[in-house]
Structures are given as structure tokens and as C-alpha cells.
Write a protein that binds this ligand. Structure first.
Ligand code: TYD
Length: 132
């Protein structure tokens, strides 16, 4: 199930530190990390689902909303702390919007980039969810 979880924060007067490890803070084996940055005001990213891929999304800087849809219901998560992760399982429609200036979205995924993993049509996604 999709959920926000807290990542351990090691506080320090010199600056805080947080860490992500395979199968520990991240609930899977990390195969890929990418980040979204320099997003112009008003833009959105995503707008697709993955057939088999799970991911964790972290707002390393700034804030934005991650909107998830399971085919029936929509869920909106506001990410604005670098020590919160949002776990997104496979087969969730998702897009990211309301990026603040200079925000930095880190995405940690359990598989390599595979174009065939994407479902880019929302109606097709809903049909696939119905047949499950
Ligand atoms: P896409 O996943 O469609 O971005 P978003 O979901 O934010 O709209 O990817 C945008 C482009 O970047 C697309 O041409 C594929 C490419 N890309 C890679 O080559 N490797 C990757 O790991 C990702 C995530 C995207």
C-alpha cells in the first residue's frame, strides 16, 4: 500500500544527515535513482503508471504534491521534508505537480528504465485495474 514513511534523521549542529539503504529504509533492492529539478512554475511531471515497478519519492529540497490514483480513488501527498519518503507500489497512476521554486524530487526505483513498463493512457490503466 502507498504510504509516507519517516527516514531516520541524524541531527548535527553541522547539518543533518539521512541515509537510504537497500531493503532497509528503502523496502526493495535499488536498481535506479533519478531526480527531477529545474521544473518551471506550473508544470507537472509523470502522468502514467508502471506495470511492475515500485518506487520511493523524496522531496530532497522544496515541496510538491504527488497525486496517486488506483483506478477508483485519488490520493494526494504533499512532500516538503527531506526525511519523508513516499512509497508508491506498482500499478498506481501518478503525477507530480505544484513544484516549489528550486524543488528537487529524488526517485528511487526497484528496476531499470524500461519503456515497456509504462502505462500512459489513464483509461487503459483503469481497464487493467478492473480486470485484476
Ligand atoms: P518520463 O518517465 O516520461 O518522465 P515523467 O514521468 O516525469 O514525465 O521520462 C521523460 C523522458 O526521460 C523519457 O523520454 C524517458 C527518459 N527517461 C530515461 O531515459 N530514463 C529514466 O530513468 C527515466 C525516468 C526517464
Amino acid at each position: 500500500m502507498h504510504r509516507i514513511f519517516e527516514i531516520n534523521k541524524i541531527p548535527d549542529e553541522r547539518g543533518n544527515l539521512s541515509v537510504l539503504q537497500n531493503n532497509k529504509e528503502i523496502p526493495f533492492e535499488i536498481k535506479r535513482v533519478y531526480w527531477i529539478y529545474d521544473v518551471p512554475g506550473g508544470e507537472m511531471r509523470g502522468g502514467h503508471a508502471y506495470k511492475n515497478l515500485s518506487e520511493v519519492i523524496i522531496a530532497l529540497s522544496g515541496s510538491y504534491d504527488v497525486v496517486l490514483h488506483d483506478g477508483e480513488k485519488e490520493y494526494r501527498y504533499h512532500l516538503n521534508r527531506s526525511y519523508y519518503g513516499l512509497y508508491v507500489p506498482k500499478m498506481m497512476w501518478r503525477y507530480i505537480e505544484n513544484f516549489s521554486t528550486n524543488s528537487l524530487a529524488l526517485i528511487v526505483a526497484d528496476d531499470f528504465y524500461k519503456p515497456e513498463e509504462y502505462i500512459r493512457d489513464f483509461d487503459a490503466f483503469k481497464e487493467m485495474q478492473k480486470k485484476k
